[in-house]
Design a protein around this ligand. Structure first.
Ligand code: COA
Length: 181
């Protein structure tokens, strides 16, 4: 489904999560998700070290009082760099990840930040499909990006765009049809 519709149409199986800042109290649940999702999982100190930086922000998605997903990102001068996004496995394919990333997309266009970037493991096809469904594109291959495994990464980007009024987009097509008749 097109990313434009993704944020505005509720799917049958979608759950509505509330998204808020990550706090130290969330760490236990965040670490559970992290260790469930990743072979090379961050520990609490990794998270705290990252979040202590002024430009690093963590957010959690909460459903019925439980943290079911999170993301962590850096605000840079002209872009947002997404360090990680993850959903508890029982809650996947319910729109949790999409709602988290939609929060980031909504921040673009302000303060000269016009894109979101991230690196994804070459073998992480579910994440690549997830990002593609939200409008991200793979723009580069970073060879041997991951320490330890030496695995390649895809660099992916989401670019902020303002849309032309529909009339302008369709006008040339209508004219061509008229000319063709
Ligand atoms: C990638 C991840 C965050 C997606 O989270 P999610 O909450 O399941 O995603 P959503 O339900 O919002 O999915 C939105 C869309 O992305 C696509 N998508 C998500 N997971 C997919 C999968 N496993 N296979 C194919 N498409 C997928 C689908 O188009 C989906 O819409 P649909 O369910 O209506 O078809 C989740 O699979 C995850 O936590 N993976 C492990 C951690 C990870 O790899 N994170 C990324 C690191 S860069």
């Amino acid at each position: 489904m097109n990313s434009l519709f993704r944020t505005s149409v509720t799917r049958e199986n979608e759950i509505k999560v509330s998204i808020r800042w990550m706090s130290r109290r969330d760490m236990k649940e965040v670490l559970e998700i992290e260790s469930e999702c990743f072979e090379f999982a961050w520990n609490e100190e990794d998270f705290m070290q990252c979040l202590r930086q002024r430009n690093c922000i963590g957010m959690v998605a909460e459903y019925q009082g439980r943290v079911v997903g999170y993301m962590i990102y850096e605000l840079q001068k002209t872009k947002i760099h997404l360090l990680n996004v993850a959903t508890l496995s029982k809650f996947r394919r319910k729109g949790v990840g999409a709602q988290l990333v939609a929060k980031l997309i909504a921040k673009l266009g302000n303060q000269r930040r016009s894109r979101i970037t991230l690196e994804v493991r070459e073998t992480n096809l579910p994440a690549q499909l997830f990002l593609r469904s939200l409008g991200f594109l793979a723009i580069d291959i970073l060879h041997g990006f991951y320490e330890g495994t030496n695995e390649d990464a895809y660099q992916m980007v989401y670019r902020y765009q303002t849309f032309e009024p529909i009339q302008q987009v369709f006008q040339p097509i209508c004219m061509a049809e008229v000319v063709g008749r």
